[in-house]
Design a protein around this ligand. Structure first.
Ligand code: NAP
Length: 235
């Protein structure tokens, strides 16, 4: 028997490529004076996004921002967090926990994007560390209960990001998080950069594999003298 009762019909499946407009949002980059932070700031600002880089020193941030150009501003990490709508964490794993603990209030209500890869290095190369919470992203979520924590931008080459001669960053960005509204936002942010595509890749409990894969990419880079990225096929 067929029915014409609309209440029994499921809502149409949302198109996963229908993403929000994020062009008006301010992006902050904590640890934005480092290679990854500078690279992301440069690419996003070059795409027209308003970007503030943070540092433990406001002076260092201002200097790095001036060098990046494209309207990038500098501030200390706390001010950067307060003034931004979306805040990317780009500090070394060693500094992750203390920094986030100190910025809990400043990051409340913000979309936080963790791109930290907890790695160790020895004479055999890079290897993945396993944080007590499971991953850097889950540590961030535990430390920042008032923030909307996501994880993304782990597999980018800071060398390519910072090279102005590279027109297109041809790679996929795996985006993880608990709320679709937040991961959609971060996917849209990734897609502001020419060549980049943001692909949803699950909840934060699966961030460990994504963070760890960087150890494999470092091995690829060493063998092939490359700046390897990632492409997910068939999506
Ligand atoms: N480099 C890459 O290609 C790449 C790619 C993907 C993801 N990542 C991830 O991105 C993060 C940053 O990488 P990076 O290569 O840019 O690192 P980095 O240059 O060593 O550090 C980034 C910035 O973090 C700040 N910092 C250093 N130690 C800190 C501490 N203990 N506490 C708070 N801030 C500290 C410094 O800025 P101030 O001294 O100005 O405060 C530094 O310029 C890492 O977690 C890495 O796993 C890197």
């Amino acid at each position: 028997m067929t029915t014409t009762d609309d209440s029994t019909q499921k809502p149409p499946r949302k198109d996963p490529w229908e993403l929000p407009d994020v062009s008006h949002l301010v992006v902050g980059v904590l640890g934005g004076t480092g290679d990854q932070g500078r690279g992301l700031a440069y690419r996003l600002a070059r795409a027209g996004q308003r970007v503030i880089i943070g540092s433990r020193s406001a002076g260092r941030a201002a200097e790095a921002a001036g060098a990046i150009g494209h309207g990038v501003e500098g501030a200390d990490n706390a001010e950067c967090a307060r003034r931004a709508d979306i805040v990317i964490i780009a500090v070394p794993w060693e500094g992750h926990k203390p920094l986030l603990e100190s910025l809990r209030e400043d990051l409340a209500g913000k979309v936080v994007v963790d791109c930290v890869n907890p790695l160790g290095f020895d004479k055999k190369g890079a290897y993945a560390l396993t944080p007590e919470e499971g991953s850097a992203a889950e540590q961030a979520a535990a430390l920042l209960p008032g923030s909307r924590v996501t994880a993304a931008f782990h597999h980018l080459s800071a060398v390519l990001l910072q090279d102005p001669a590279v027109e297109s960053i041809d790679t996929d960005v795996l985006v993880l998080g608990e709320a679709r509204a937040d991961t959609d936002l971060v996917q849209a942010l990734a897609q502001r950069v020419t060549g980049m595509r943001g692909v949803f890749a699950g909840r934060l409990r699966n961030a460990h594999q994504v963070e760890s894969l960087v150890a494999n990419l470092i091995s690829v880079n060493r063998r092939y003298k490359a700046h390897a990225g990632l492409r997910v096929t068939d999506v």
